[in-house]
Write a protein that binds this ligand. Structure first.
Ligand code: A2P
Length: 275
């Protein structure tokens, strides 16, 4: 596994395991156990995914020391709007059955994000409940307008070969933050990973290295220097998605994948959220 040092010196594994759209209960529990067995040490959760309890139970049952696993969760929009960020963290910790999270994010830049940021800064600065704080889905103007005592460690955004989103990546990095990517394979919606992973360019590169298109995409993101959160409910894929440290893409292959960009977003635009 490769690691990255965040701007507050916290160390984060470059590949995390995403649990978005996983059913609470057996589906999430099994997937997280398989991920931990396979060697993942970073789980990306969120209050709104509705499965923090299963994530927490899987972590607990794994027997892996808490400090060896990097756990992220996120403050949902309702709690940002209603100024309940502090309570939202307490509730997440209870569901996760943890004393602290490694990273706590504001999930979307909805009204109230400034106050929510001050609340999570306060927890970060005065308690041991959070090791790093950051944001998600923040556009340049949100990053510019955020008045901070503590610089956000990360901005978690969407990126995949059909939605490279390099501009948002670049302005996040320019601000001394790291970038985390959700839906790195294209996500599960129509037009997402199923279509992307069938792309002949990815297949041809995969054949050269004896790797699947998904492994090629994951390797491409790693070589972009970004933190990624691939998600699967299948044990074989969970294992395969971190078996990406024994080959290196050449500059020409990186450029071929960059060129697949269609500016096709599969998730929501931060200016167009109804939740
Ligand atoms: P599944 O959970 O059934 O394995 P993303 O990580 O971009 O959010 O994409 C997740 C989607 O990609 C899910 O639909 C997941 O399906 C699928 N997926 C994850 N890993 C692989 C893989 N190695 N090969 C093919 N599809 C994958």
């Amino acid at each position: 596994m490769h690691y990255i040092q965040l701007n507050n010196q916290t160390i984060i594994p470059q590949i995390g395991f995403g649990v978005f759209r996983m059913q609470d209960g057996k589906e999430t529990y099994d997937a997280v156990r398989w991920a931990l067995d396979a060697g993942y040490r970073h789980i990306d959760a969120a209050a709104t995914y509705g499965n923090e309890k299963s994530v927490g139970k899987a972590i607990q049952d794994s027997g892996i020391p808490r400090e060896e696993i990097f756990v992220t969760t996120k403050c949902w929009t309702d709690d940002i709007r209603s100024h309940h960020a502090k309570q939202a963290l307490v509730d997440s910790l209870e569901r996760l059955h943890l004393d602290y999270v490694d990273l706590y994010l504001l999930h979307w830049p909805v009204e109230g994000y400034q106050r929510a940021w001050e609340d999570i800064e306060d927890i970060y600065l005065h308690t041991k409940q959070i090791k790093a704080i950051g944001v998600s889905n923040f556009l340049e103007r949100h990053l510019d307008s955020l008045d901070t005592k503590v610089k956000p460690a990360v901005n978690q955004i969407e990126s995949n070969p059909y939605f490279v989103n390099q501009e948002q990546v670049a302005y996040t990095l320019q601000r001394g933050m790291d970038v985390e990517l959700y839906s790195p394979l294209g996500g599960s919606k129509p037009g997402g990973s199923v279509q992307i992973l069938a792309n002949p360019v990815l297949q041809a590169i995969g054949e050269k290295y004896g790797k699947s298109p998904a492994q090629i995409v994951i390797r491409w993101h790693l070589q972009r220097g970004l933190i990624i959160l691939p998600k699967s409910i299948h044990q074989k894929r969970i294992k395969a998605n971190i078996d990406v440290f024994d080959f290196t893409l050449k500059g020409k292959e990186m450029a071929e994948i960059d060129a697949l960009d269609k500016n096709h977003r599969t998730g929501h635009h931060p200016d167009d959220i109804q939740f």
